[in-house]
Design a protein around this ligand. Structure first.
Ligand code: HEM
Length: 678
């Protein structure tokens, strides 16, 4: 179903919340609620839907609601969450397309927390359901994940994977490799929660706030039965009695964390501190912990509660223990930290706050890397700026060394490189990054190796701001400079082809009329304020996978990625990056020449003087390509696209222009003012 922002914005959220709240305590025979309350089940469902998010590449998270599909649906950690979604189906049906599964899963978690007395900061609606689980294949366990980011030791998976155990959300609750050793579990917890962008306080508040509710299910040692992938007709039937209610087997641990499992409080933290915890094997056959009086002579009855090794671990780390003590003593501190951490957990993959819809959206939060408002006053004169950029292309500046094309200075490829570096930090996976904000000026981005010299190139452009109103942002200047440079490069290539008489065959020459469109209105972030969590593109040994994966994270199709690979590569910049040179001596032109060179030359694998692997064209032509260029030739699908572009310049230029314009504007969730578009 098509995502309809207007329908989502118009949804009567109060009515959905009222329905959910009423539904929460209506236990159904199909899956009876513990203590007559589905709240804890829905909190766990929302957390598992969101907890798959990882900062490394922005993948995972509940946007897309891929918990409905394999591989996520059959993860051990998602056992019995098929029942939770079956319970929600009547509500999904009632509200139709305006309420996506992703929004419903999160909202059910929010309403559950609120209905049990817990704190909720707000709700960001607008999740768009995926049609299948493709986008979760890199989360594993799958051949795709194995190829992209293998986990050689199950239980000790490293970043870029988010979890340390494939099939679990974060870590093994029983302890590292199933060993109930809390002091070894604590560093694992810190490691994986950091990979999700959570600090210690957020981590402890989330675990203890979450385990304020509900219970673990492990009534007998024989397991939950086959997963949906193994038995789609009757997944997880349970093998203890009728498999329901007190006979439920989910994780194989058994018991609640508090004596008030359907009410929000900080008893979890108080319980942790009040007792010595003793390990034993529970009815589900797993190690779990039970309370033991601290005073051996005490006759006070012990509560019927349990802890997991990962819970007890919070006592075995000084920083975590300090937070346990704080939250046990101060409910207000727990509520403040929990509600912000929960909102971050369930909203992180939604990108900037401008993507959030609905009446319950709270003010932008630091994790959403909010940008300042557009300065008031007159709009920049972009047409005049484009003319100034055009003049600056061929005028040597002391700020940065230009390329030399036909003996003359030329900054075109460098301006294009700056815009590319600025905008290609965009990740469609979590809608982060991009050029809006011009965070390429600040650490950490400015220090990425691939951004070497970009500050000098920007210094060539900065003087062009003179005479423009204060509303002109550096971000707009960067994108417009790259766009003007490429537009001129297309025209120059076409003029050269005509002059050289190379006008034979389909779409080979002449004024193609292809235009790169520019929309202004970007703003500049303030250094030190709300740094974006951008990551440099991933480098993989397998260059085909690297090209494909980086394109997928950016949201580019293989066709778009192949077209954009033909952007001019500055010979001087390639040398600064450690290569011997570029594939072209005329980086002032953009055409399908890149593909003709890629497919027409014989490439010899070699190493640059800096020791980087590169490919030199045979015959000493002084042309060089990088392994990621050659990957286009090695991959059959990308090769077919390159062949088409090599034969049809117009098809290439149209794809290139569309892809460039799309990438430059991919982060414009602020809804660019049409008056600022050319
Ligand atoms: C239940 C592990 C963090 C909320 C459980 C269960 C396990 C577990 C094993 C029992 C599932 C079952 O048998 O039904 C962990 C581990 C965590 C973690 C290892 C991290 C180290 C969280 C967080 C939240 C949360 C961050 C939410 C903020 C819940 C809830 C339940 C639950 C509400 C009860 C579900 C029910 O009663 O049906 N958790 N959890 N957990 N967890 Fe966690």
């Amino acid at each position: 179903m098509q995502f309809d922002r207007a329908a989502v914005a118009k949804l009567d959220l109060a009515a959905v919340k009222a329905d959910l709240a009423a539904f929460m305590t209506k236990s159904q025979d199909s899956w009876p609620a513990d203590w007559g309350n589905y709240g804890p089940l829905f909190v766990r469902q929302a957390w598992h839907c969101s907890g798959s998010y990882r900062s490394s590449d922005g993948r995972g998270g509940c946007d897309g609601a891929r918990q409905r599909f394999d591989p996520e649906r059959s993860w051990d950690d998602n056992t019995n969450l098929d029942k939770a979604k079956a319970l929600l189906w009547p509500l999904k049906q009632k509200y139709g397309g305006a309420l996506s599964w992703g929004d419903l899963i999160i909202l059910a978690g929010d309403v559950a927390i609120a209905s049990m007395g817990g704190p909720v900061l707000g709700f960001c609606a607008g999740r768009i359901d995926d049609l299948d689980g493709t986008e979760s294949l890199p989360l594993g366990p799958t051949p795709e994940q194995e190829a992209l980011m293998p986990c050689p030791v199950q239980g000790d998976c490293k970043s870029p994977l988010g979890q340390n155990t494939l099939g679990l959300i974060y870590v093994n609750p029983e302890g590292p490799m199933g060993k109930p050793v809390p002091e070894e579990s604590a560093p694992q917890i810190r490691g994986v929660f950091r990979r999700m962008g959570m600090d210690d306080a957020e981590t402890v508040a989330l675990i203890g706030g979450g385990h304020a509710f509900g219970k673990s299910h492990g009534a007998c040692p024989t397991g939950p039965g086959p997963s949906p992938e193994e038995a789609p007709d009757a997944p997880w039937p349970g093998t203890c009695g009728d498999g329901k209610a007190n006979n439920t087997f989910t994780s194989g641990f058994e018991g609640p964390w508090t004596t008030t499992p359907t009410a929000w409080d900080n008893q979890y933290f108080q319980n942790l501190l009040a007792y010595n915890w003793e390990v034993h094997v529970g009815p589900g056959g797993h190690h779990q912990w039970r309370p033991k009086a601290k005073d051996a002579k005490s006759k006070a009855p012990l509560p019927a509660v349990m802890m997991l090794t990962t819970d007890v671990a919070l006592l075995h780390d000084d920083d975590y223990r300090g937070l346990v003590e704080l939250f046990a003593a101060n409910l207000t501190a727990l509520e403040h930290t929990f509600k912000h951490a929960w909102y971050k957990l369930v909203t992180r993959d939604m990108g900037p706050a401008t993507r959030c819809l609905g009446p319950d959206v709270p003010p932008p939060q630091p994790f959403q890397a909010p940008l300042p408002p557009r300065p008031a006053g007159p709009a920049p004169d972009y047409a005049a700026l484009a003319r100034d950029i055009s003049a600056a292309l061929r005028r040597s500046s002391p700020a940065a060394e230009p390329d030399t094309v036909h003996g003359k200075p030329h900054y075109g490829a460098l301006f294009a490189a700056l815009a590319w570096q600025c905008a290609s930090s965009f990740r469609e996976t979590d809608y982060s990054g991009g050029c809006n904000g011009a965070r390429i000026r600040f650490a950490p981005q400015k220090d990425w190796p691939e951004n070497t010299y970009m500050d000098s190139v920007l210094a060539v452009l900065e003087p062009l701001k003179a005479g423009q109103p204060a509303s002109l942002s550096t971000a707009d200047l960067i994108v417009l400079a790259g766009t003007v440079a490429l537009q001129e490069a297309i025209a120059e290539a076409e003029a050269a082809q005509q002059a050289e008489g190379g006008c034979k065959g389909k779409g080979t020459c002449g004024a193609s009329g292809v235009r790169l469109h520019f929309c202004g209105g970007r703003v500049d972030a303030v250094e030190g304020e709300h740094a974006a969590h951008a990551q440099p593109p991933r480098v993989l040994a397998n260059k085909i996978l690297q090209v494909r994966d980086n394109a997928a994270v950016m949201g580019l199709s293989p066709r778009e990625a192949v077209a954009l690979a033909a952007r001019p590569r500055s010979p001087s910049q390639q040398q600064r990056l450690g290569y011997s040179g570029s594939w072209t001596h005329t980086p002032s032109r953009v055409s399908n020449q890149y593909f003709k060179v890629l497919l027409g030359e014989t490439w010899l694998r070699t190493n640059s003087s800096e020791g980087l692997e590169e490919f030199a064209a045979a015959g000493g032509k002084g042309l060089f390509m990088t392994p990621t260029d050659l990957a286009i030739k090695w991959d059959p699908e990308m090769l077919a696209i390159a062949q088409e572009f090599a034969a049809d310049n117009k098809a290439f230029l149209q794809t290139f222009a569309g892809a460039w314009t799309r990438l430059m504007n991919a982060d414009r969730f602020d809804g660019p003012d049409r008056n600022l578009c050319d």
